[in-house]
Ligand binder design. Sequence first.
Ligand SMILES: Nc1ncnc2c1ncn2[C@@H]1O[C@H](COP(=O)(O)OP(=O)(O)OP(=O)(O)O)[C@@H](O)[C@H]1O
Ligand SMILES: [Mg+2]
Length: 465
Amino acid sequence: MHPNPSPLSTRPSSAKQKLLIVDDDEDLRTQMKWALAQDYDVLLAEDRQSALDLFKARQPSVVTLDLGLPPQPAGVEEGFAALGDIMAENGQTKVIIITGRGEKENALRAVSQGAYDFFYKPIQLDELKVVLSRAFYLSQLEREQKVLRGRLKDDAFQGILGSCEKMQEVFARIRKVATTDAPVLITGESGTGKELAARAIHQLSARRGEPFVVINCGAIPENLLESELFGHEKGSFTGAHIQRKGRVEMAQGGTLFLDEIGELPLLLQVKILRYLQEQVIERVGGREEIVVDARVLAATNRDLEAAMKEGKFREDLYFRLGVFVLNLPPIRERETDVIELARVFLSRYAEENRKKISGFTSDAVEAIQGYGWPGNVRELENRMRRAVIMAEGKKITPEDLEMGATPRVRYVGMGLKEAREALEKELISKALARNNGHLTKAATELGISRPTLYDLMEKFGIPKE
Ligand SMILES: Nc1ncnc2c1ncn2[C@@H]1O[C@H](COP(=O)(O)OP(=O)(O)OP(=O)(O)O)[C@@H](O)[C@H]1O
Ligand SMILES: [Mg+2]
């Protein structure tokens, strides 16, 4: 009569489920225990107080409750009070009321107060067994559903880590904007998790079952970007052999993520603005207007206000996109998160590489906390991955992290900004040298995006070859 244990169950199959029997009649208690002990872990209580104590201590998921309890075994109020106690303790509990025949009113009253079912005396054991097994089954289903819901919620946040106050605010804001259809502009330095946040917004929105389409405006050559965004008709330009849908259309019903929106050429800014205003697009070389329902998210690590002042970014588009701005804080402003993130990545990669590494040396902790992390979480993650591979001891050292003591000596006497720039310049030059000037490879190694690397090279006057 047992329902099959489901694969999700966390309960070892040998452990019996707990059933609490509350009845003041000792003979009946003994008889029921005798009959049910083979299937369940049976707990017995004779009055309201001992029932509540046992309930709290053992957390049974199903209870049978006789309404007539001492001090008024002929009344029902003590039984109802016990029902109230149990439901207040855990509203998911399945309480089966045992009551005298002809007390239908009490039975119904109990059900309206949260009881799962009722049963008339004298008890027919085989009937009771059926009711009990259904109650346990339902209770297990509910528990599993709760676990699943919890997992879904975690996944929706895409594993974004962060316990500092600033990240808690970010999570709260993500939850809030996710339920609207308004555009969101996600800002933040390179590697702070902008794409992760965009995915989280999509996953927490009503569009979660529909496509999430990314286009990196900085990575696609300008002359191909328009057709990539809006699609093209056959023969609209050399090489357009077939008709093709653009990314905007692919996001139909879902979410379109315009990454590095700051790189979008002015002409295309106008077209995106038009889409935002009218929800229609035209394919390149096409005449017909196509209605597309996609929610737009955009990200940038550039200062768009500065770009606006220089005339490189349209003000009207900026205001349209920036209805909500979600700013992701850089690591150096995230208090204790740095070391927490480092530990998470450490255990992740140690496990992946089957290495027994228990933590960081105190020098390493100091180095991690003292460093500016220009590449933010991406850089931290990359460094941890590398450090785990390099590490020979049980603890990660500053050398494993390529954060040796030398720089500290070398930069003594410099101001913070100057030292940071000098270090950045040095690391960039080394990364470029190691990768034979290959920008993408060097950027990946440094944990920054290619445009960021490009900008930094320009800033430090590093030749692009
Ligand atoms: N809060 C976080 N918790 C865990 N991992 C994170 C977090 N933020 C970023 N990451 C990881 O760091 C990497 C970079 O994240 P992401 O691509 O979202 O950053 P970004 O802001 O879009 O960077 P860029 O400006 O360079 O495009 C990814 O591997 C991501 O999983
Ligand atoms: Mg990104």
